[in-house]
Design a protein around this ligand. Structure first.
Ligand code: MG
Length: 203
């Protein structure tokens, strides 16, 4: 399976990082070794001094497709989770300055904590799902899938022009504004529609 992550999919987040709003979806990959399941702790890596959290709605692909039309995209996913796209912001910044790939900044072990999946049938429509992230009990990120620049169906259509989507592939759909650093000892919790889905201690 592969993990496809969308960059700059919320206007306010693009602004907080001083990026223009993109004209088409930006995406990158994380390896499966980046997944962190079952609320396991995150160990602060030695190659970064600036790890940021990014809370994101994650969509699970449920059948293989290529060149998927946007109107058929809803038949290609069946469940949703919440994840954190941990980012070594300092490593990413150096890569950006040199025009190098973001892989080291985004794809390291443990950089993708993920909650259990909820079937779509138990949630509001895909473009009306609210979520938020707390750090040590304080809400720091709030988002709703309705605020995405490119909605889920458009993302699936666009990604599948470039790479075949397969059952079990995951799409991290981008983060709203409010990203920030974590430090050892922090406890992160992430909620979908007010329901606590994921927590993660920074060690
Ligand atoms: Mg992200």
């Amino acid at each position: 399976m592969k993990i496809i992550c969308i960059g700059r999919n919320y206007v306010e987040h693009a602004r907080e990082l001083n990026h223009p709003v993109p004209a088409e979806p930006i995406f990158f990959l994380k390896p499966d070794s980046s997944l962190l399941r079952k609320n396991r702790p995150f160990y602060y890596p030695d190659f970064s001094q600036e790890i940021h959290y990014e809370a994101e709605i994650v969509v699970r692909i449920c059948k293989t497709g290529k060149y998927i039309e946007e109107k058929l995209a809803p038949t290609y996913y069946d469940s949703v989770a919440i994840g954190i796209d941990f980012t070594a912001r300092d490593v990413q910044q150096r890569a950006k300055e040199k025009g190098l790939p973001w892989t080291k900044a985004k794809g390291f072990d443990g950089s993708a904590p993920i909650s259990p999946f909820i079937p779509l049938s138990e949630l509001p429509p895909i473009d009306r799902i609210g979520f938020h992230l707390t750090v040590n009990g304080q809400a720091v990120q709030r988002g709703n899938t309705g605020e995405m620049i490119f909605p889920v169906d458009r993302l699936i259509s666009d990604i599948s022009r470039y790479m075949t989507l397969k059952t079990g592939d995951l799409i991290f759909t981008g983060t709203p504004s409010g990203v920030g650093p974590v430090k050892v000892g922090d406890r992160l919790e992430v909620y979908i529609e007010g329901r606590k889905m994921l927590w993660c201690e920074i060690k």
